[in-house]
Design a protein around this ligand. Sequence first.
Ligand SMILES: NC(=O)c1ccc[n+]([C@@H]2O[C@H](COP(=O)([O-])OP(=O)(O)OC[C@H]3O[C@@H](n4cnc5c(N)ncnc54)[C@H](O)[C@@H]3O)[C@@H](O)[C@H]2O)c1
Length: 274
Amino acid sequence: MEGKVLENKVALVTGGSSGMGRAIALGLAKYGAKIVCCDLKEMANPEGYEEDKNVPVAELVIRNGGSAIFCQVDISNAEQVGKAFEKTLTEFGRLDIVINCAGYWAPFRDFAHEDDELWSKMAAVNTLGTARMCRLAIQQFLKQEVDLKWGSRGRIVNISSCAGGFGFPGEVAYSATKASINHMTRAGALDHAKDYININCVAPGVVATGMARQNFENNAIHETMKKATPWPRLGTAVDIGEVVVFLCLPGSQWMTGQVLAVDGGMTIGVPPPQ
Ligand SMILES: NC(=O)c1ccc[n+]([C@@H]2O[C@H](COP(=O)([O-])OP(=O)(O)OC[C@H]3O[C@@H](n4cnc5c(N)ncnc54)[C@H](O)[C@@H]3O)[C@@H](O)[C@H]2O)c1
């Protein structure tokens, strides 16, 4: 067992029902954090690869001896987000960690064929939704004391994408909104380092989740993604979860404003011929 270094900490995870958010929620709960799973749906994405996907994440945490609640939230809806923060405080009395993992992706299409509707939805969820979550989290953290043993007043970890750091074909709106998450991480971290609030970001490569299943099942796309990833395998939700959990532990307290690529080397250069 990891030791309960996050006991007495409350962690809100958006997109927590499935994939990476689910792995993050379960990972934080192992360290004793109380979990608020915020998602559109309580049940995991049915396309997901999780073996236990028929059990809601809050129930899994409770079965393992932890504390957790589910909160139905669309992060693009300001009223629902506000209510999720209220519910968190009513239930657990505080908030220490916010993981912004909920995101919107749509199948590949050329820039010329994107439209305002797609851009609006991407911006509403990926950019405005993530920024709103960050602002409300910081406002709550500022009402709480600094925990010097943990090293922080509060932690935020955003999930962007490797597509936010380098050009990715067929994903212009997605890439642009994910790049906005990278940059709100850096600029926001500058504003609040003085307050002992860490804001970091993980930029995943290709990860086997429900969101990516259609890419994994399309031979041409799957082969392209394997070739673009120097590491011998593509990613799992747990690969991302482990790094996000590290960004919430005492050992990472002097890190802020960082965008960490967790992508099997996808963004370091062109892999050699195989
Ligand atoms: N899978 C990949 O290859 C990959 C790569 C890079 C980045 N990402 C990003 O990782 C994050 C997690 O995705 P995943 O791959 O684990 O997918 P997933 O489908 O397994 O999980 C996403 C979860 O987010 C929830 N969600 C979606 N929109 C929401 C909203 N508006 N409000 C609240 N919850 C919402 C879904 O219901 C789902 O439970 C996303 O931000 C995604 O853009 C994924």
